[in-house]
Write a protein that binds this ligand. Structure first.
Ligand SMILES: [Zn+2]
Length: 349
């Protein structure tokens, strides 16, 4: 299947009542791990690259690896998404390269660190939406500010510093016409999300539910949603790693989110842990080995296992064959003639 629009994947997920994992990549092995997991579980999937990943891999390598994935797995609906675009220009360059969706994170200024004003966020996001929709590309916006830092992007601090205000979420969705909305409910980027198993005082699922009630048809996105399971931390530490004790977002909370409008779930840290643990184990147990394939193969297999498990837990497993791809030019027509609705349904308080 050619690369498809994230909007189509999320519309289908809403119809089916499931969520779609969006997994970050930097290299070929990670893309292979995700595609093998998608094949294994028969899942549609979103693969995403941050600005840091684009810099690390270089755009052309990244894009052609994604084309190879689409070629090798014609039965899997696959979208290529820009994670945390920091400016109109970053989003524009991703769209020109061939990404089928972009995130314009206007919650922060272009430096990717300083919180922006609401009006600045609306303005830059609206500009990206106009440019992207004309070309059939879907857009994720962010309202509220996530905690932590990843790939040099983020405001730092706690996930509770700038949680999303439901009234602002409504106004933002109405004024920008975004296809999906990332909200801040206490989650953070990176491995160190919570210092204990998160309860309602740090992970605001009630806020997510309140936003979903006001915007019942808007696709919500959960960032920083690795579960950071203890068994993956333990493998890293068992073989010489020094991770501090930490907690991520429990899968059952993500599943509660999926029941309440969450359609895209971003996962990166869990895969990083799986890869690092597998590599450490090989090098620790067999220090005489030096062929990268000796540790990259188990690393890839470890990531595949995590991704396949998440696909099953998010409910996307089994749904790859539910629909046929809508071409990107046809998506552009849909935005133009209004069949792809961009005005959110707003429920009364
Ligand atoms: Zn994020």
């Amino acid at each position: 299947m050619p690369l498809v629009s994230t909007r189509q994947l999320l519309d289908e997920a809403a119809k089916g009542g499931y969520g779609v994992g969006a997994f970050n990549v930097n290299d070929m092995e990670q893309i292979q791990a995700i595609m093998s997991a998608a094949k294994e579980t028969n899942s549609p999937v979103i693969i995403q690259a941050s600005r840091g990943a684009r810099e690390f891999a270089q755009d052309n390598y990244l894009y052609h690896l994604m084309l190879a994935a689409a070629e090798l797995y014609p039965e899997i609906p696959l979208a290529m998404h820009l994670d945390h675009g920091n400016s109109f220009e970053t989003c524009e360059s991703a769209i020109k390269l061939g990404f089928t969706s972009v995130m314009m994170d206007g919650s922060l200024k272009t430096d990717g660190k300083t919180p922006a004003t609401f009006e600045e966020n609306v303005e830059v996001t609206r500009k990206v939406v106009d440019y992207a929709h004309e070309r059939g590309i879907s857009v994720e916006g962010e309202i509220g500010v996530l905690g932590g830092i990843e790939d040099g992007h983020g405001a730092g601090g706690s996930g509770l510093d700038h949680v999303t205000d439901p009234d602002q979420a409504v106004e933002f969705a109405e004024r920008t016409g975004v296809d999906s909305l990332a909200i801040a409910i206490g989650t953070s980027h990176g491995a160190y999300k919570f210092t204990k198993k998160p309860d309602g005082s740090v992970l605001k699922m009630d806020l997510l539910i309140a936003i979903h009630k006001r915007l019942p048809n808007t696709h919500l996105v959960m960032h920083g949603s690795s579960s950071v399971p203890k068994d993956l931390q333990d493998i890293v530490n068992q073989y010489g790693g020094k991770l501090k004790e930490t907690w991520g977002v429990p899968v059952e909370e993500i599943q509660l989110g999926i029941k309440n409008g969450v359609r895209k779930i971003n996962v990166d840290t869990d895969n990083r842990l799986a890869i690092t643990g597998a590599i450490r184990k090989v090098l620790w147990e067999t220090p005489e080995k030096f062929d990268p394939r000796d540790y990259m193969k188990p690393a890839r297999a470890a990531m595949q296992k995590v991704v396949a498990l998440r696909m099953t837990q998010f409910g996307q497993a089994g749904h790859a064959g539910d629909y046929k791809a809508i071409s990107i030019p046809d998506m552009a027509k849909g935005y133009k003639n209004g069949t792809l609705i961009t005005k959110p349904l707003v429920a009364a308080k």
